[in-house]
Design a protein around this ligand. Structure first.
Ligand code: FES
Length: 143
């Protein structure tokens, strides 16, 4: 019996090698209801295939060069943050669907693929202040 696949486009960019970012398309098998029921663990009680499951499948079975990050796998730490079809989500608690586009978090430096630079609270404050000043300069046309 053939399984339904999930088609997913993933942002790929290695600043050390690539001139431009690109998207790579993958097809990942959708979990059957039975597989989804048995996948739930003490760490993740979701009985469905998540975006993080899709990334895990790509990394483990199709393309081990894909970089992404996660930690708690239960929606608490935010380490798996990504933009899916234009919406910022925690990929470990977001259900996978067909025709997904997965990108790194916006406005942060990409380390590789979906991994972005980690900022300290001080750096984030400085970044926000700089971005706000730049927006004000643009809006009021002063330099
Ligand atoms: S891995 Fe911690 S919120 Fe997803």
């Amino acid at each position: 019996m053939s399984k339904e696949n999930i088609k997913v486009k993933v942002f790929r960019f290695n600043p050390a090698k690539d001139k431009e970012p690109r998207f790579q398309t993958y097809e990942v098998p959708r979990l059957s209801d039975e597989e989804a029921m048995t996948k739930a663990t003490i760490m993740n009680e979701l009985h469905s295939q998540t975006v993080l499951d899709v990334l895990d499948h790509i990394f483990q079975n199709i393309d081990p060069t894909l970089s992404y990050y996660c930690s708690c796998r239960r929606g608490e730490c935010g380490a798996c943050g990504a933009v899916v079809n234009g919406e910022t989500v925690r990929s470990c608690v977001t259900l996978a669907k067909d025709e997904m586009t997965i990108e790194p978090l916006q406005h942060l430096q990409v380390v590789k693929d979906l991994v972005v630079k980690e900022y300290s609270a001080r750096e984030l404050f400085s970044l926000a202040r700089t971005n706000t000043l730049n927006l004000l300069k643009k809006a009021y046309k002063f330099t």
